[in-house]
Design a protein around this ligand. Structure first.
Ligand SMILES: C[S@@+](CC[C@H](N)C(=O)[O-])C[C@H]1O[C@@H](n2cnc3c(N)ncnc32)[C@H](O)[C@@H]1O
Length: 287
């Protein structure tokens, strides 16, 4: 396990993933009943952008920092819950210093009745996470393989909530594991809301992943993709994609409005683009 998210925290891919995660959590909050967020690949929860790792790549400069430097009228309103958390985390700091990973973002948006379950396989990162959230009764941290949680922890007792699956893609078969993990999870909890993240380098592995998802028999799968440039060079992270299973009503339209605006804010190369499409649409109601 060599992957360290500290090098990439706040980059364009984090912005896309976290902006959508925040929107989905806000949707869940429309009802008073409690829900659970399960984050299978949690990271350390909060990243110091002044660290040697973040400074070495500087990836946050073309991600979250671009949003904070943008003229406020250019910022889409759909980014509000996400940016609210980023700004609150940096209150009192002279400039952008802290970036919320998915656990920090989720927790800052949750209410007292909601729960957050985190899995992180890297022992040191899991310890950091446990220390960061010690004393908050809403949070449980497990130093374990996130894929096992898709069998062991679903469905949640609240029968409402969201599962984020955000693996590091270090292993060659990660796309296949991701599709398999979703299949297992969906078998246990078919009505859950799922958010999966994947990298886009070149097209063939993504096309194969989409075929696996289609073949899974899972209905209501929405795909949202963000490309910095055409997906041609397999050595570069040219873009990223999100899989949403059971997205709340009108989230497809919200993302169709948001993603092109994010492209305009974050991408400057030719061929930058966004798309939001149903991979597997809602089954038609019986006549
Ligand atoms: C992309 S990062 C997660 C970023 C985080 N979700 C966020 O948005 O802030 C992937 C994380 O998964 C961890 N990891 C790798 N394999 C894992 C596994 N099988 N189960 C749980 N965590 C794993 C890595 O140590 C890394 O911290």
């Amino acid at each position: 396990m060599n992957y360290r998210h500290a090098y990439h925290a706040g980059n364009f891919a984090d912005v896309v993933k976290h902006a959508v995660l925040a929107l989905l959590i806000e949707h869940l909050k429309a009802k008073d009943s409690p829900f659970q967020v399960l984050d299978t690949h949690a990271g350390i929860g909060r990243y110091d952008l002044s660290s040697a790792e973040a400074q070495k790549t500087g990836e946050f400069r073309s991600g979250v920092l671009r949003l904070l430097d943008a003229d406020p009228p250019r910022l889409p309103q759909e980014l509000e819950p996400y940016l609210r958390v980023v700004r609150a985390l940096n209150r009192g700091a002279p400039s952008l210093r802290w970036y919320p990973g998915s656990p920090r973002l989720a927790l800052d948006l949750l209410r007292t009745q909601d729960r957050l379950v985190l899995l992180e396989l890297h022992p040191e990162d899991a310890r950091t996470l446990a220390n960061a959230f010690a004393g908050d009764v809403r949070v449980k941290v497990h130093a374990a393989d996130g894929y096992t949680a898709l069998k062991a922890f679903l469905p949640p007792k609240e029968r409402r909530g969201l599962v984020l699956i955000d693996p590091p893609f270090e292993k060659k078969d990660e796309f296949a594991r991701l599709a398999r993990g979703l299949r297992h999870a969906h078998r246990r909890w078919a009505t859950g809301l799922y958010l999966l993240w994947y990298p886009i380098k070149d097209r063939p592995p993504v096309a194969e992943f989409h075929e696996r998802l289609k073949a899974s028999g899972i209905p209501r799968i929405l795909i949202a993709e963000f490309l910095l440039r055409p997906a041609k060079d397999p050595e570069r992270l040219n873009g990223c994609g999100l899989v949403l299973v059971n997205p709340p009503w009108q989230v497809d339209a919200t993302l169709q409005a948001l993603l092109p605006k994010l492209v305009a804010l974050l991408a400057s190369e030719r061929g930058a683009a966004a798309r939001v499409d149903w991979l597997v649409p809602e089954p038609a109601a019986p006549a």
